[in-house]
Write a protein that binds this ligand. Sequence first.
Ligand code: CIR
Length: 243
Amino acid sequence: MTQGLRDGDHDGPAYDDVLTEHTVYSEALRALGLTVEILEPLEAFPDSIFVEDPALVFGEGAILLNPGAPTRAGEAAAILPALERLFPQVLTLGEGHVDGGDILVTPQEVLIGLSARTDASGAATLIAALEKLGRKGRVVETPAGVLHFKTGCGLIDEETVAVVAELDDSEIFGPLRRIVVPAEEAAGANLLRVCDTVLLGNGFPQLRDLVEAHGVATMALPVSEIGKIDAGLSCMSLRWRAA
Ligand code: CIR
């Protein structure tokens, strides 16, 4: 963890503090009724705690992705046995790269943000794999300087998405209502809806008020340590409902 990728030349997180954040996170998921399985650590891959990036999962099947950072490429092969054990089918990509952090599943479609990690050929093969699962994928742009598409947005409920100002665009989100995250709390946009509750970082009180004013319950969790290596709440798990 302490060696995880980061944008900039600053210190990484402290291991024990990440462990605390990870434990609080997994306990929150359990408290919301989910069954949680924690995979074995991969010492050779300091970013592998972010299991969202090498796979995209649905009850009907998983898609093995191909993370775009060279130091993370091996995470896909490492997570494959777990996917094969847990899902009725596992599809793979052809050419190109896709990070799960660039994918937002909405009730209508699957949005795939092109970024420094996700390229057009990866997105095209992902759309083909999604079709096999009966889902429609659509390519969108991730704003420059933003690591992943979902660094800048997160679903609040079936009809509403939180977005940073750069993503406040009806062409991207179609019928979804957009709630714009205040600029000084943009780092909180990677929130995570679990069942009917929105998990968000505990340093974003204005965003929490906005979500609650919208009528959705929230749970605030510590994320300052994982934030040092550019991560938020969606990154640390893969979530699905059994088909
Ligand atoms: C990385 O740069 O890949 C990690 N340090 C952070 C990944 C965060 N993952 C995500 O947003 N899905």
